[in-house]
Design a protein around this ligand. Structure first.
Ligand code: SAM
Ligand code: SF4
Ligand code: F3S
Length: 444
């Protein structure tokens, strides 16, 4: 049998990193990447459970695979990720097309599962073996060679916000050993990576103790900065409670740390934050913002908002709008509350659909206008762009500025992997468009 794998990744950056590592693993037993999604002998769907829609998408996707392979040999169908963890053997009952269900902390077992696979035997692996998983991944090379790469430093969550499934799908907080992270970063940089984004569900809660010294995310940032070939450092997703002084200090000391922070607040109302069990207040959040702006005026924020959390009154919603107007987040995610099974908020009284939709539209209008305003501020200016790749099917390059805005411009492929000056000529809400500004750089 030709061993070809197609991995489709849904959800967050954690899943994207995991999918790459799953590929690094199964490559060892002869699997190659399938060029097309209907040409695989093993189809892996890496899933997200954060909202109900994300979960339903999974069964929809499996149905699509079923259709794609109707006239071909059925691939080994593996469902990985957070839905696999949450639904476990139920998935095998609901959709017999699925052969294997594997949770995010069991990926070290994937080669064994594939080696012993028989069509008759269904498999389910959903133990929380985070340490074993990373010990295994530490032994195999990270072959990712993207200009901008994710690097998991922390997994899981102990905070238990009442709306969130993550503590149940990813398990308790675990921080990887400091030296293993640095070794992996070195590997990525040797492969050509110029930007590393440290990732974790609570990335700034990173804490690793060795010989009675505690290493924090600030230590990781300073250590990464020493790699001369590395241009940029980012991290995501952080929690306001873990924005410690040492991390805030990094924004004045560490020149490679980009001045852009994704710091979810969820609501601008203290009453709602309390009901959500967020364990921080609006005032504490504003204090972090003020301190960061003082230490580095270039710092900009983005955030996540949950609209119509049970109990959200018009005045609470207005508090969120006021906070948004105060901070002017340059990019944000906002979704209507979606009850998740097993969480404390699952049984609470929902807010009327129409009111929720109206609130979402209202809030997004303001968020998008701030986004556009920010993008417009770059017009007619030359900005630093890290060039990531060529645009699919176009003679244009794609890169990002310091705030992670997409920048699209015409230039020669030789610029990929470099930080170059791009003169911005126009923009829309999502992207900036321009031309190469540096006269010694080659245009297309
Ligand atoms: N750890 C991060 C934090 O503390 O903010 C967030 C991680 S979570 C994977 C990403 C985002 O999903 C959250 O910030 C929240 O806005 C959103 N989210 C989580 N559960 C949700 C739910 N039940 N309904 C709607 N949005 C949800
Ligand atoms: Fe979910 Fe983040 Fe809250 Fe943890 S801190 S429960 S990941 S929203
Ligand atoms: Fe989704 Fe799991 Fe990430 S629920 S957002 S894939 S941690």
């Amino acid at each position: 049998m030709e061993k070809k794998v197609f991995i489709k990744t849904l959800g967050c950056q954690m899943n994207e990193y995991d999918s790459n590592r799953i590929y690094d693993s199964i490559k060892k037993i002869g699997f190659e990447k399938a060029k097309k999604h209907d040409d695989a002998s093993c189809y892996i769907l890496n899933t997200c459970h954060i909202r109900d829609k994300s979960k339903e998408k999974v069964y929809h996707e499996v149905g699509r695979v079923k259709k794609l392979y109707r006239k071909k040999k059925k691939p080994i169908m593996i469902v990985a990720g957070c839905v696999a963890q949450a639904e476990n053997s139920e998935m095998l009952k609901r959709e017999p097309y699925i052969d294997v269900v594997i949770g995010p902390q069991s990926y070290h077992k994937i080669n064994q599962i594939l080696k012993s696979f028989t069509e008759k035997e269904k498999k389910e692996e959903t133990d929380f073996d985070t340490i074993k998983k990373f010990e295994y991944f530490d032994k195999i090379k990270n072959t990712n060679n993207k200009v901008s790469s994710f690097l998991t430093i922390q997994e899981g969550c102990d905070k238990f916000c009442h709306f969130c499934v993550v503590p149940f799908t990813r398990g308790p907080e675990y921080s990887r050993p400091f030296d293993k992270i640095i070794n992996e970063a070195e590997e990525l940089i040797k492969n050509g990576t110029k930007e590393i984004t440290l990732i974790g569900q609570n990335v700034n809660a990173y804490s690793y103790e060795k010989n009675s010294k505690v290493y924090k995310i600030s230590n990781l940032i300073s250590e990464l900065e020493k790699f001369s070939e590395l241009e940029r450092i980012r991290y995501t997703t952080s929690h306001p409670r873990d924005m410690t002084d040492d991390l805030i200090e990094c924004y004045s000391i560490n020149k490679k740390l980009m001045p852009f922070i994704h710091l979810p607040i969820q609501s601008g109302s203290n009453k709602i934050l309390k009901l959500m069990n967020r364990k921080h207040t609006v005032e504490e959040y504003l204090n972090i913002y003020d301190r960061l702006k003082k230490i580095n005026p270039k710092v900009e924020f983005s955030s996540d908002f949950i609209i119509s959390y049970p109990g959200e009154k018009e005045e609470d919603f207005n508090d969120t709008i006021n906070l948004i107007k105060k901070i002017k987040f340059i990019n944000s995610y906002s979704f209507i509350f979606s009850p998740r099974p097993g969480t404390k908020a699952a049984e609470l009284q929902l807010i009327d659909d129409e009111i929720s939709r109206e609130r979402l539209i209202k809030i997004q209008k303001i968020l998008f206008s701030h986004q556009l305003e920010m993008n417009k501020s770059f017009e007619n200016k030359s900005i630093d762009v890290l060039v990531e790749n060529k645009m699919h099917g176009q003679n244009k390059l794609f890169g990002r500025n310091m705030y992670s805005n997409s920048v699209i411009f015409a230039a020669n492929d030789e610029n990929i992997g470099k930080v170059i000056k791009v003169k911005i000529e126009s923009c829309n809400q999502n992207s900036l468009f321009g031309k190469i500004a540096n006269s010694n750089m080659k245009a297309a």
